[in-house]
Design a protein around this ligand. Structure first.
Ligand code: NOJ
Ligand code: CA
Length: 691
């Protein structure tokens, strides 16, 4: 491992300007490149920060504090006891992911604060400022005055400089599977989205948004707000204050306890993060969220191989097969699994997911009491788990386990050791988990502290039994894949499945052009791209995928994930020349570059395979057609490549003619440029194979 670390203290250097502006104590810290500046001050004894970018304010003075159930609030009446500046410039390696080497370069300001009156509680604030944004967190050191914190509200403000354009989903405490909305800040109305026929669970108590939430200022600065290292704490939504043009933290709560977070002191909160960029693509290239997490705690996860996977899955969403046995159209049979394994093995696809393999599905959806229903070790009688594993091994295809918990985590926890031990004993190294429905016990929410800890239990148990986890209906990604690289991917957005059954017409053509600049900033996505039968004929006359086929290919590059599903029914792939792109495309990368993009409109990403000299490029657009002109200067100088372009056909269009495509071949090098057209709702996928 190429790890170099230089940690040094530079208190007293020019970077720290400890001063007193208008009598209030002030401390400053800047990003290594000097473009981002944070100014911290005590305003009437309340911790307050503001942020500058290129010399102009991007965050107006914003206050920090807490309300508690078991002690007075933290707000005014505090002072700075001491402060320290330090700096770090090191690198670390991702075991899999969008790049191999990550640069971790920041300047840090620690503020030791104390209450001026008895009981003289203590709290530290830590700001880490990177070239791509900043994070700050609250730290509660061990002290006599505070043994336990029962937090009813965290009062972190993000005071904006204008009524910015915002790409947002509502601050739902139970699910992130909402369409993105594009409005001004003052146009945000999450309350209007409270009823949603397509969701099995939803709870939107405030006019708030979930994170990452991305915005663009009138001056053209891009900002995205999120959190990093969400550990033993509640997820944070951001409440919209239209009068003050401000976002304020609104933690996800619990109806059972009255508080939102309970922690023994000492403890630290998650990092509150602001990514800042001059261009939209800079947000995608940012490493802020992973950098704000702790280094790897579980060692090598080489048992997990980044891969593409087929599945007994889309059939169920199309309604042609079912998860349960009683329906008479059970999907998870040994026979069908073997058919898919054969197809995977012939096409360099490393995995197979089988949903509906275990007993309990008869009581899945719509049942109030789902406790004790699912069994995570007992297969249905037409599915021979051991035989499927054995056959897969023979063909070089690994089974991906499936655990739908039906949002009854206590039942899951009871069986967890046994279930993960079973995977370990069979040599199964990944599991897709699901948490569909209202959480049992009633009063808990998917994104609250209790569930954050339940999701973590699965990850830690996975680490113990060499199992990687891909959670659906998850808690959001906050960069924990750095600490636990067995967190491989997750859902946490409106995935492809909505196109099969949503009553609102599915995900619109602009969906992924927003997702790339919002949800994807949090971490890898199990979106399940690659549907070729766009119109879903003959099964779903009223639903369809709202992109062209070429865009479905491009998503394998645009979407970052070390597992990518190849979800369509295999008869839709067989004999289609476009399938060659899916066979060829890599899933783990040496490096990634965003070549162009605008939030909600289009994006082009180039990624270099981790295991070869080959590059792959994906472009997608919204409902507007566009012409692209990309420079291949990222290719290695002196090498020749065979470029294969999978483009929208001349008359392609996402609704009228989604499956027309063309394939062009060219020899290129790092002096070449490529020009191509994207249809309405279209895309382009390009492989660059070293000659
Ligand atoms: C919801 C998941 O997102 C989907 O992929 C899965 O098929 C169902 N739950 C059943 O677990
Ligand atoms: Ca889902």
């Amino acid at each position: 491992m190429n790890f170099k670390s230089t940690l040094f203290f530079i208190a007293g250097l020019a970077m720290i300007l400890a001063s007193c502006a208008n009598g209030k104590p002030v401390r400053n810290v800047e990003s290594p490149d000097g473009k981002i500046g944070v100014q911290f001050s005590m305003v009437e004894g309340q911790a307050t920060y503001e942020v500058l970018f290129n010399g102009k304010k991007v965050i107006e003075p914003s206050t920090l504090g807490f309300d508690f159930q078991n002690m007075p609030s933290i707000e005014k009446g505090w002072k700075i006891v001491s402060s320290q500046l330090s700096s770090n410039n090191s690198t670390w390696e991702m075991q899999w992911g969008e790049k191999k080497v990550v640069v971790d370069n920041f300047n840090q300001l620690v503020l030791n604060l104390e209450e001026e009156q008895a009981p003289n509680r203590k709290m530290n604030l830590v700001f880490k400022v990177y070239n791509d944004g900043l994070g700050f967190r609250y730290e509660f050191p061990e002290q006599e005055a505070m043994k336990e914190a029962m937090i009813t509200d965290e009062n972190t403000q993000f005071n904006l400089t204008g009524d910015h354009k915002v790409w947002w989903i509502p601050g739902d405490w139970d699910i992130y599977e909402h369409l993105y909305h594009t409005t001004s800040l003052t146009g945000i109305d999450a309350i209007a989205l409270r009823s949603n026929d397509n969701l099995a669970q939803t709870h939107i108590p405030e006019n708030a948004v979930n994170t990452p939430v991305t915005m663009k200022t009138a001056e053209g600065v891009y900002l995205s707000f999120h959190e990093a290292n969400l550990t033993d704490y509640a997820g944070m939504t951001l409440k919209v204050n239209k009068e003050k043009l401000m976002l304020e933290s609104e933690l996800v709560g619990s109806d059972r306890t009255g508080y939102k977070v309970k922690r023994a002191v000492p403890f630290n909160t998650p990092w509150r993060t602001i990514q800042i960029s001059e261009n939209a693509g800079g947000l995608i290239e940012s490493d802020l969220i992973v950098n704000l997490n702790e280094p790897n705690k579980i060692g090598s996860v080489d048992y997990f191989k980044p891969m593409k996977y087929v599945g007994i899955w889309w059939d169920m969403h199309l309604g042609t097969k079912s998860w349960d046995l009683a329906s008479g159209k059970h999907g998870a049979t040994t026979k069908y699994a073997k058919e898919l394994i054969d197809f995977a093995s012939e096409n360099k696809i490393g995995g197979i997911l089988v949903e509906g393999w275990n007993t309990g599905w008869e009581h899945w959806i719509g049942f109030e009491d789902r406790e004790g229903v699912f069994d995570f070790v007992t297969p249905y009688k037409d599915y021979d788990l051991k035989e499927v594993v054995r056959y897969g091994k023979e063909k070089g295809v690994e089974l991906i386990m499936h655990h739908e918990t039906s949002a009854a985590p206590r039942t899951y926890n009871q069986q967890m050791d046994t279930a993960y031990q079973l995977m370990n004993s069979l040599g199964i190294h990944s599991v897709k988990t699901g948490y569909v429905g209202k959480i049992i016990p009633k009063g808990e929410y998917h994104h609250g502290q209790w569930m954050v800890n339940n999701y973590r239990r699965a990850v830690e148990t996975g680490a113990k039994y060499k199992v990687a986890v891909n959670a659906h209906e998850p808690i959001k990604a906050t960069g924990l894949r750095r600490t636990y690289p067995n967190i491989i991917s997750r859902e946490g957005l409106r995935g492809q499945e909505f196109n099969a059954w949503a009553s609102d017409g599915g995900n619109p053509p602009e969906h992924l052009s927003i997702v790339a600049f919002t949800r994807m900033l949090a971490g890898p996505i199990d979106y399940t791209p690659g549907i070729f039968n766009i119109k879903l004929t003959p099964n779903k006359p009223n639903n369809q995928v709202n992109t062209t086929l070429a865009q479905q290919l491009a998503l394998y590059v645009v979407i970052n994930s070390p597992i990518q599903m190849v979800p369509d029914l295999i008869e839709n792939y067989k004999g289609n020349p476009a399938f060659q792109f899916i066979r060829d495309v890599a899933v783990t990368w040496e490096t990634s570059k965003v070549l162009n993009g605008e939030v909600g409109d289009f994006v082009t990403i180039a990624r270099k395979d981790r295991n070869s000299e080959n590059w792959f490029v994906g472009s997608i657009t919204d409902e507007n057609a566009r012409d692209m002109n990309i420079d291949l200067n990222f290719l290695t100088a002196g090498k020749k490549y065979k470029a294969t372009l999978y483009l929208d056909g001349k008359d392609a269009q996402w609704d009228q003619n989604p499956t027309e495509f063309q394939i062009l071949n060219k020899e290129v090098d790092n002096t070449s440029k490529l020009e191509y057209h994207l249809a309405e709702g279209g895309g382009a996928a390009i492989s660059l194979i070293e000659l």
